[in-house]
Write a protein that binds this ligand. Sequence first.
Ligand code: SF4
Ligand code: SF4
Ligand code: SF4
Ligand code: FES
Length: 412
Amino acid sequence: MIHFVLDGRTVVTDEGHTVLAACREHGISLPTLCHLEGLSTVASCRLCLVEVDSLPRPVPACATAVWEGMRVTTRSARLAQHRRSVVALLFANGDHVCAACPASGCCELQDLAQLLGVDHVDLELPRRARPVDASRSRFLLDPGRCVLCTRCVRACAEIEGARTLGLAGRGARTRLVTDGGERWGDSPTCTDCGRCAAVCPTGALLETATAAQGLAARSRPRRTPARAQPAPPPLAAGEPGDRARLATVWLGGCSGCHMSLLDLDEALLALASRVDLVYSPLTDAPELPPEVDVCLVEGAVATAGDEAELRGARERARVLVALGDCACFGNVTAMRDAVGGAPAVLRRAWRAPAGVDAELPALLDRVRPVAELVPIDLFLPGCPPGPGLIRAALEELAAGRLPALAGQAHFG
Ligand code: SF4
Ligand code: SF4
Ligand code: SF4
Ligand code: FES
């Protein structure tokens, strides 16, 4: 038996156990992605890092055996920041549009973002075309949703013995391939066992039948528990009886987030006694007033006009809120960047008839989430964010408080 200190408590576990196994044995949950019981350990995702007193740097709990007298810390500000950065990087590096993904609702990456409070992404990473391989009748591989955890590679080799899947390329160009880069449909090694799809933590690798229904319909349980919420910090208080001046702006989005705001239904009437809607696509006000208390921004920044409107909103609003996944991380609006960018989409959608270009707003070379351009005070993810979430946020904001909603909302 090994005695060691886990988050300040002396615990006992069997010799040879990893820190991750010991944590689970003692009811401490650690975020993981590449680790899966029954498969070999690669320790590549770095989400399960823990601090050990005698070591200079955090170590992966899934690949570190416990030793007598070691002192392990699983929660610290540094570890929380590290884990959030890893998840944000995985989102930025992929083509994730949860609202249009069959895995939404039972995706470990989506769950981790919620658990760790990742409510937006503002990292600039180059997007590139990553075509879906739908050549095998039973399966779909969408490399844009792959987090390169290699769970499928290991399941294919270690359980099925087929060795169909592997990684190719280096660095940012690393990708999952079948039979060294051949079309999956032509694979002579794949046995169609489905183990790869069963272990994939995201919507990258799916059985065709479940892709059509959505994985959630198969009722795979969510593996990540919801996070407890801290009390919201107070905003600078206004005078008692003041009515909050609310504005909403509509950038590159489908208007679904504004529709969700309207779905507050009768709660809008209660809100109307405490809030003045001073500017919005829902009203006739011609321009944003010089000062507003709260401004909700729907949509990503897709045109030069969007950028000017966003910067104007930032100058005038005391609290600027990113409303919906497009504002929070690009989402549907940014899909154009993954299929060749604005020129390619224009050619395909408009077929560029003479004169059309002059009527279009100047399109940016890349769609940007709002936080890439201006500081944002609050993120309300979701596609669209539910009326309950918007209502909870507006009630707090109308009362002069900045709500702490991270962990209550998820992408998609
Ligand atoms: S549900 Fe998961 S795999 Fe699908 S887009 Fe969202 S994060 Fe990506
Ligand atoms: S397809 Fe799924 S299981 Fe395979 S490496 Fe990508 S995310 Fe991991
Ligand atoms: S987040 Fe969803 S609902 Fe909101 S604008 Fe984007 S696509 Fe539409
Ligand atoms: S779960 Fe430990 S490094 Fe991925």
